[in-house]
Design a protein. Sequence first.
Length: 294
Amino acid sequence: MAVSFVNIASIAMKSGSALVLGLILSTTIGHQARAQLVDSKVQATYHIKYNGIKLGKLNFKSTVKGRSYIMESNTKLSVPLLGSIFESLSWRGVTRTTGSVRNRTPRPDNYYFAFSNGKKAGKVDMSFSGNRVSRVVSVPNKKLSREYVQVKSAHLKRVMDPMTAIMLISRKGKSHRTACANTIPIYDGKQRFNLKLSYKRSIKVNRNQSGGYAGPVIICRVRYQPIAGYKPHKKDVKFMAKTRAIELWLMPLPKSRNYAPYRFVLPLPVGTAEATLARFDIRNASGRKIALVR
């Protein structure tokens, strides 16, 4: 179990799959970017599991005021070490993104991500100007070796940070298929990659499966496409780029054609990780409930 946990954290950090550990969950405010901008607050909690065993949870909150947005997430994963009820391996991550919506499109200003696992820690602090990355501070600051596909200036244009980019997923869709049709260019401060979404199928979930939500969900297939800042021959990267089993489940929001994330499924070389909605709460500026799932 301890080895499996380390594998999850490693793949999440090195292959761009940290999205499943939190960043992809920022779609909860995307409906405001694609529809009407109203002052509101979102709070959501997702449970993270590996092969059905709960590892931890992610708490997410966002605030929209005028055309500005702030998104924050806090993720904590933990698993007991074999033979001990007191010790555990742990991984913690915090993310914060600020930006604004212009011409119905989110534009990031700053992105911050920090993590620690008890032995190692790191962070990325990134700024944007116009349609490109203008500043990146990474700790530890390691120069990419020749084994990596090098990140060039062209790779930093017309990209978004992981949280802002994922807002685009919950755009309006005229049909289930168009809700999933999207290719998102992402730069996380180290790696440039695309997430390509396409429609897979539609199902209905009931309350004992969803912990509160009952109704239809749209399942999107997600393809991970590494572009720069990665090792082409690394096994976990090759696995992530090849698999066609990554899924994003979207639930429709009431009285709209917009969506919010219900579940994200990530196959790993050994086992499967998933993040599933436990609570979802949207309120307007006066505190009135817009949507609630629990």
